[in-house]
Design a protein around this ligand. Structure first.
Ligand code: 5GP
Length: 191
């Protein structure tokens, strides 16, 4: 997605540890117009799929997910990172190691928001080693929901998440694909 690549070139800051900071439009300040275009692009890519629900994880997945949900006219569920209390019956849970925070979170979704009747599009802001997406796919598995695919805003193609998802046979669509960071510059995968 050209518009997104241009925005990453303009505002993205490469940090140590192969982390791209995009606080100008996605991770802190949010550009609603860009998010809307992203939502439209996900809707276009998955228009043949009978999606009934979008699943993401708080916090940064919510903005792109909600715009996709708006365009596709389906509800958006976000997995929570707060550990569910033992009193919380009826939740699906998965363990997710955070790439940026270096801690393991238990993510959870209330069972009433996801079931075997659902066909899910999983959306997240970044794909690095694939832990967040795998946690979301695990929650879909527990719910016995169908998964039509995974939509990622920024894929770091040189990290292992891409192959993990492809090996699991799930369709992956990423709107910007980063081949490498070289001397603080972002290089995108050539089409
Ligand atoms: P993964 O679980 O695929 O290893 O990492 C994905 C998660 O870590 C995303 O939900 C995102 O919040 C965070 N993340 C991973 N890499 C980056 C990055 O380069 N920049 C930012 N802003 N977040 C990242």
């Amino acid at each position: 997605m050209k518009l997104l690549e241009e925005r990453i070139r303009q505002d993205g800051v490469v940090l140590p540890g192969n982390v791209l900071k995009v606080n100008q439009f996605l991770n802190h300040q949010i550009d609603p117009q860009l998010m809307y275009e992203i939502g439209q692009e996900f809707a276009r890519l998955f228009k043949e799929s009978p999606i009934t629900k979008i699943l993401t994880v708080e916090a940064s997945g919510i903005a792109p997910a909600i715009m996709a949900g708006l365009v596709m006219n389906v509800p958006v569920v976000f997995a929570r990172k707060k550990k569910p209390s033992t009193l919380d019956a009826g939740v699906y849970t998965a363990e997710v190691y955070s790439y940026t925070k270096k801690v393991t979170n238990t993510i959870s979704v209330d069972q009433k928001f996801l079931s075997a009747k659902d066909n899910v599009l999983v959306i997240d802001d970044f794909l690095a080693n694939g832990q967040a997406v795998q946690g979301l796919l695990e929650i879909c598995r527990q719910a016995q929901a169908e998964v039509s695919g995974v939509g990622i805003v920024v894929e770091k193609s040189f990290q292992k998440g891409v192959s993990l998802i492809k090996e699991s046979g799930v369709r992956l669509e990423s709107l910007a694909r980063i081949a490498s960071f070289e001397n603080g510059e972002v290089r995108f995968v050539e089409e």
